[in-house]
Design a protein around this ligand. Sequence first.
Ligand code: IDP
Ligand code: MG
Length: 160
Amino acid sequence: FLPHLVASMEEVEETYIMIKPDGVQRGLVGEIISRFERKGFKLTGLKLFQCPKELAEEHYKDLKTKPFFPKLIEYITSGPVVCMAWEGVGVVASARKLIGATNPLQAEPGTIRGDLAVQTGRNVVHGSDSPENGKREIDLWFKEGELCQWVHVQAPWLRE
Ligand code: IDP
Ligand code: MG
């Protein structure tokens, strides 16, 4: 039991998942969280949060020159978001698959965006695009003491 847990720790990644204001307003919080929960990832941070403009701009700084940037910042700060940190082997790429393509009309059925959204500008959820950005975004959105390290008792039933 223990040696296998220690070995798998090496591959463990973290990702930042955020339910955007439209997801909160449309009552999709439980639905979205449950998809990551059922998959078998470990939740290590969770809060409802009204995002200040400066934080939204920092989070999306790579998109600063895009024409839609001002509207994106307006959207993300238009109401509370649900901030989450999830942990697991391969969680970054897997979460992006669970979320689906940026444009919900192109997202596969079965994905969050494919099932629950119709437009890029209202695509209900964010997921980090690399392990490095996962760390960066968790640091950005969570303060010290807001994350929980806990033993996932399901672990031996998720991985051999
Ligand atoms: P991602 O969320 O799938 O990683 P990115 O290209 O990183 O997609 O864009 C970040 C977010 O910016 C998108 O999720 C979406 O909310 C918004 N966005 C991206 N492209 C457009 C666009 O063409 N029009 C309006 N909003 C956009
Ligand atoms: Mg992105």
